[in-house]
Design a protein around this ligand. Structure first.
Ligand code: GTP
Ligand code: MG
Length: 632
């Protein structure tokens, strides 16, 4: 087998690999765990908490046996000492690259290679989209530089050091697993109407225009059955219904339909482009009122007064607030299983819970995190997450692990699985620890235990005493197990459970505080903004075109709700401008005849009235002096 840096072109378009059956002929070991017969009962009643998306929705990477991928020095050595050298797997930062190439081949698209400079350029085209690559990512260019590092030559993707691995090329199912961007809009209020009662024997029946209905609210609700944000790939826009308009005979409009956006437990909500967290939705059933619907406009019956018994005025419904939200899912697992690729993390999860993650003898079998529920008893259960493997450089974006590392931020404890059959398990352990520390120091501070796996293999068995000695010397709790044979797993998981209980106890005070969080504070904020006084405004001037801008949330809302079709609206509008001091402020600032005044969406022209100037009756003067509204 010859080593080659560039695996393209390939003759065999469909890469195949059969997972190797574990060799169980080695002498059985007596571990300090309960006999294997008790172990299966551990996860027997457990339920799978999280299901992966349908298989056809994403692709598992596999390796073409006819090609060999360059491995880093330690990996070559490690693999060479492994079970079967004919099944050498990739374990390097070029992993992503190879995955993508193979996907291309699966799609039947042709790839070609081009040798230039001092490295190799691989240029290929995305296929028919069945694998759902980035929409704009029609063409991507990669470059292996002389050091064997992966460099992407596509636009804007390469940073100065040339080390950054881009987002493009990651299948959409992985990108969208835990991130989504959605649009929400509360319903507009219905308009009020002008109507008068006309009935036989009821002369001058009076105003009878009903109010508009309130717009629908937008709620966010935690759905315990959801385990990813993938549904938001198909549905991005959520609009609540608008309230119905009012009608004659004092009939008010129906309120708009509410919209409930269901999210997975552990979803963090931010406004797009803003780092501040609006909401954290953790527990199934939690519901937050995000955007309240717009108020219905009042009909003329509501404007009846002693002064004006026949009001010809009605309001528009208030517009519902709209917002782009960024959702981010951080899985709510109690314990996270971390470790290098192929260490046996998924095997451990499959043994301790009823989850059935994909298990195979190659790195990056697990592309998306898996959750499983471990039940010891009726009321002692814990959720365990199996995360994609971590490579050296993961915190910088190599491999897949960093994409999902933040899911461990919510875990109270970690189980670090080490592949005992590797050549230098201590080095592997240290490398993964370092990655965790580099990703987040808080993560590294979480309590953890080490599970030394594959004890049924002779090399692991031989290395175990020295590994144990070294780690225990450093004060780290270390256990050995054979996940495949279900030996030692019980001890690992019950220790993790104890660790979890201890952490929970010390965090009890904090959690209680979080439970009491008011989830409606976003709606309260919106409401507060809406009810801001109309007398709070700012006036700015664009002297180049003699335009005055009057800005203020309350005033803008008032303009939006004014229905200019009704004559009395003009009068009321002027009255309000006078009362809240806009006219006075404008005159003080030196507004001149013919200047443009913009309030919200209204554009008007200022007219001074000479004959009335100096009249103490500000209201009357104002009414006559300004020609409202003159729409442009
Ligand atoms: N001999 C032996 N093999 C094991 C043991 N545990 C896991 N394996 C094998 O190791 C290989 C990798 O196991 P996985 O559980 O897929 O490993 P993983 O850590 O989830 O790997 P990624 O998801 O790719 O990061 C599989 O072929 C397993 O059968 C063990 O205790 N003994
Ligand atoms: Mg796995």
């Amino acid at each position: 087998r010859s080593k080659t840096q560039n695996p393209l072109p390939r003759k065999n378009p469909i890469p195949k690999i059969k997972p190797k059956k574990t060799n169980t002929n080695f002498k059985s070991l007596s571990l300090s765990s309960p006999p294997p017969s008790t172990a299966p009962s551990l996860g027997a009643q457990a339920t799978t908490y999280t299901r992966l998306p349908p298989k056809e929705d994403f692709y598992f990477p596999s390796v073409n046996e006819s090609d060999e991928i360059r491995l880093s020095e330690s990996d070559v050595a490690k693999r060479a000492s492994g079970n079967d050298p004919s099944e050498i797997e990739m374990l390097d930062t070029e992993e992503e690259e190879d995955e993508e190439e193979e996907k291309e081949e699966m799609n039947g698209s042709s790839g070609f290679q081009d040798e230039t400079l001092d490295g190799e350029i691989v240029d290929y085209y995305s296929g028919d989209g069945s694998l759902d690559f980035d929409e704009e990512g029609e063409e991507e260019v990669y470059y292996y530089d002389s050091d064997g590092k992966l460099v992407n030559l596509s636009e804007n993707e390469v940073d100065d050091s040339g080390l950054e691995v881009k987002e493009k090329g990651i299948p959409a199912v992985m990108r969208c697993f835990d991130r989504a961007k959605i649009y929400v809009k509360a319903g507009d209020g219905g308009n009020g109407v002008v109507a008068f009662r006309r009935e036989k024997y009821v002369p001058l029946g009076g105003p009878s225009g009903g109010d508009g209905g309130r717009g629908g609210n937008v709620y966010l609700e935690v759905d315990g059955a959801m385990n990813s944000l993938l549904p938001f790939r198909n549905c991005v826009h959520y609009r609540a219904g608008r309230g119905a308009h009012g009608q004659g005979r004092m009939m008010c409009g129906r309120k708009g339909e509410d919209v409930v956006v269901k999210v997975a437990p552990g979803t963090v909500v931010r406004e797009a482009g803003n780092d501040e967290v609006l909401l954290e939705l953790l527990y199934p059933g939690q519901r937050a009122l995000l955007l309240p619907g717009g108020r219905g406009g009042r009909g003329n019956a509501s404007f009846k007064s002693g002064n004006n018994k026949v009001p010809k005025i009605a309001e528009n419904g208030e517009e519902g607030t709209e917002m782009w939200l960024e959702l981010e899912l951080k899985l709510v697992a109690d314990v996270g299983i971390v470790g290098a690729p192929n260490a046996g993390k998924s095997t451990l999860l499959s043994v301790i819970s009823a989850a059935q993650p994909e298990i195979a003898n190659y790195p990056f079998t697990t592309l998306l995190p898996n959750l499983g529920v471990v039940s010891f008893d009726y009321d002692s259960t814990m959720v365990v997450a199996d995360l994609p493997g971590l490579l050296e450089g993961a915190h910088r974006g190599f491999g897949l692990g960093h994409e999902f590392l933040r899911h461990t931020e919510r875990c109270s404890a970690l189980v670090h699985v080490v592949d005992g059959s590797g050549q230098q398990p201590e080095l592997e352990f240290d490398a993964v620890r370092l990655e965790l520390e580099m990703f987040s120091p808080e993560l590294a501070e979480k309590p953890f235990i080490v599970a030394y796996n594959k004890m049924d293999l002779p090399e692991a068995y031989e290395n175990w005493p020295s590994f144990k000695e070294k780690l225990q010397g450093r004060g780290i709790k270390t256990f050995c197990m054979s996940a495949v044979k279900r030996e030692g797993t019980h001890e690992v998981i019950s220790t993790a459970y104890k660790l979890l209980q201890e952490t929970k106890k010390s965090n009890e005070g904090l959690e209680g505080f979080q439970d009491g969080l008011d989830l409606n504070h976003v709606a309260d904020m919106v409401q507060k903004q809406r009810s801001s006084s109309i007398s709070e405004f700012e006036i700015t001037r664009d002297s180049s075109c003699s335009t005055w801008y009057v800005t203020g949330a309350g005033l803008q809302r008032f303009v939006q709700m004014t229905n200019w079709r009704y004559i009395d609206s003009d009068k009321r509008f002027q009255h309000v401008l006078e009362a809240c001091g806009v006219n006075r402020s404008l005159m003080k600032l030196g507004v001149k005849e013919g200047d443009t005044v913009i309030v919200g969406e209204m554009e008007m022209v200022w007219h001074d009235s000479a004959e009335n100037s100096g009249t103490p009756n500000m209201k009357k003067r104002s009414t006559e002096s300004i020609k409202w509204p003159q729409m442009k």
